[in-house]
Design a protein around this ligand. Structure first.
Ligand SMILES: NC(=O)C1=CN([C@@H]2O[C@H](COP(=O)(O)OP(=O)(O)OC[C@H]3O[C@@H](n4cnc5c(N)ncnc54)[C@H](O)[C@@H]3O)[C@@H](O)[C@H]2O)C=CC1
Ligand SMILES: Cc1cc2nc3c(=O)[nH]c(=O)nc-3n(C[C@H](O)[C@H](O)[C@H](O)COP(=O)(O)O)c2cc1C
Length: 164
């Protein structure tokens, strides 16, 4: 069997467009957030998302202990915020760059995100380098921004949507 190597996999995945999200948490282990494209709807009954987090990331212990998170889906114009949460920037600097509300779980909810999903982590499955966090959705907030944002071909692209 000819198993593709890491670079072949990444080159192929670069063609798979995905929404850009900032995943936040707050709780006994403190506040943390990171940028994620590996977010997916699992089922609507009960409403459930999954989020994949590299166990080598500095934020991993915080999410692992808090067991709550908020998925904040970004709109066009929020690329600089995505870069801050995707880099090596200190946590206080990441959060200082935007306005936040506190969700029902205590997690920071990004004002003006296209959609925010406030969640409790129900299960965690480790596969290779990543943890798959299955998330029960506690509440949803939406914002009528005119353009979505996708990560495609290693860059950001705005998506115009009809009024909703
Ligand atoms: N799922 C993940 O953990 C992702 C991590 N990233 C991070 O951002 C950096 C830059 O990404 P790109 O500019 O898109 O170029 P890239 O060539 O590093 O990655 C291309 C695509 O491969 C996938 N990918 C990259 N690293 C991965 C990983 N460790 N595990 C699973 N899938 C992965 C993603 O779909 C990504 O868009 C990556 O090297 C990685 O550190 C980016 C996207 C997803
Ligand atoms: C567009 C984009 C998408 C990303 N998607 C993921 C992801 O789905 N899962 C993940 O573990 N890391 C992802 N990353 C990398 C994390 O955002 C980054 O490792 C995180 O900020 C932790 O960095 P730190 O160790 O400096 O705190 C992504 C980065 C970018 C720029």
């Amino acid at each position: 069997m000819n198993v593709p190597n890491q670079q072949t996999f990444r080159d192929a995945m670069a063609c798979v467009g995905a929404a850009v999200n900032i995943i936040t948490t707050d709780g006994p282990a403190g506040q943390a957030g990171f940028t994620a494209s590996a977010v997916c709807s699992v089922t609507d009954s009960p409403p459930t998302l999954l989020v994949c987090l590299n166990r080598g990331a500095s934020v991993w212990p915080t999410f692992s202990e808090n067991r709550t998170l908020c998925v904040n889906t970004l709109c066009a114009g929020q690329e600089p915020l995505s870069n801050l949460f995707g880099g090596k920037t200190p946590m206080a600097e990441r959060f200082a760059a935007a306005s936040w509300q506190t969700g029902e779980t205590g997690c920071p909810r990004l004002e003006e995100a296209l959609a925010s999903f406030d969640c409790r982590i129900s299960q965690v499955v480790s596969v290779g380098t990543h943890d798959i966090m299955f998330c029960d959705i506690v509440s949803i907030t939406r914002h009528p921004a005119p353009q979505g944002l996708v990560w495609f071909d290693r860059g950001y692209h705005a998506l115009l949507r009809p009024a909703c």
